[in-house]
Design a protein around this ligand. Structure first.
Ligand code: NDP
Ligand code: 8X3
Length: 250
């Protein structure tokens, strides 16, 4: 039987690439995000490969989140795979001059939003005693770098939540794992630097990971046999040794 996956943050970057990868494999898709027009375009492109349902909501809003997931029509109601991908960095400032709105955005989206979506989806997985949750963490969840403070905290939280989920959902046979990328060339830096020109330099001088690289790894993780769970994966571009060491052409 065809599986159904819910992907948050499917309007760009890793989430969008994952939607394409899953569609190629015939997985039914629930694609989520705030930018409705993009969701419509992606739905149109993928509908020739699989069934696609759109949920247009902001994961910061717990009522909207629950309402959206409750609204799923019957063919999409049973979610086999949840990819908690939506998230971003907002700003890159030392803690003493950090912007409180940026801090709120990162904790509300990357941490609380992930929890709201999970809370809305997990009960049906525990009931069926099956399911697979992939949380998209980051190298920033394993290592703190200068000015990364709150973004790193949010991704450390994602890692702790992943481990907690894996422990609590163990009796139900639900797989839980995190994929933790280093530098991936997406809209991530445009969001982090609010469209400032500095964003254009982040991926210059080396070959960064592409969204498709991570999407393929997510598909690999969800397509392992029932007894195999990819629990925690750190994925870096070859040019990157750590958050602060990146070999760039001069
Ligand atoms: P993008 O900016 O390209 O994608 C972010 C996605 O998150 C968009 O689809 C966006 O959709 C969605 N999103 C953001 N805020 C919200 C919100 N409040 N409600 C619903 N959806 C939201 O970045 P990436 O693809 O790079 O990022 C995806 C994930 O990967 C993030 O969790 C990020 O932290 C993580 N990551 C990224 C790395 C990188 O270097 N790019 C490295 C390591 C991890 P919309 O705006 O339409 O709502
Ligand atoms: C994104 C990777 O190094 O830009 O999570 O924070 S980094």
């Amino acid at each position: 039987m065809k599986k159904t996956a819910l992907i948050t943050g499917a309007t760009s970057g890793i989430g969008e690439a994952t939607a394409y990868e899953f569609a190629k494999q015939g997985i039914n898709l629930i694609i989520c995000g705030r930018r409705l027009q993009r969701l419509n375009t992606i739905q149109k492109a993928l509908e020739r490969l699989t069934n696609v349902h759109i949920l247009n909501f902001d994961i910061r809003d717990k009522h909207e989140t629950f309402k959206a997931i409750e609204s799923l029509p019957k063919p999409f109601k049973n979610i086999d795979i949840l990819v908690n991908n939506a998230g971003n960095a907002h700003g890159l400032d030392p803690i003493q001059t950090g912007n409180i709105d940026d801090w709120d955005a990162m904790m509300d989206i990357n941490v609380k939003g992930l929890l709201y979506v999970s809370k809305a989806v997990i009960p049906q997985m525990t009931e069926r005693k099956s399911g697979h949750i992939i949380n998209i963490g980051s190298s920033a969840g394993k290592e703190v770098y200068p000015k990364g403070n709150v973004y790193c905290a949010s991704k450390h939280a994602v890692l702790a939540i992943t481990e907690g989920m894996r422990i609590d959902l163990n009796p139900f046979g639900i797989k839980v794992g995190s994929i933790n990328p280093g530098l991936v060339e997406t809209e991530f830096s445009q969001v982090r630097f609010k469209g400032d020109a500095i964003a254009n330099n982040v991926y210059k001088g080396f070959k960064a990971l592409q969204a498709k690289d991570i999407a393929e790894i997510i598909y690999f993780a969800i397509s392992r046999p029932p007894h195999v769970n990819i629990a925690d994966l750190l994925v870096l571009p070859t040019a990157q040794a750590s958050s602060t060491i990146v070999k760039k052409k001069v």
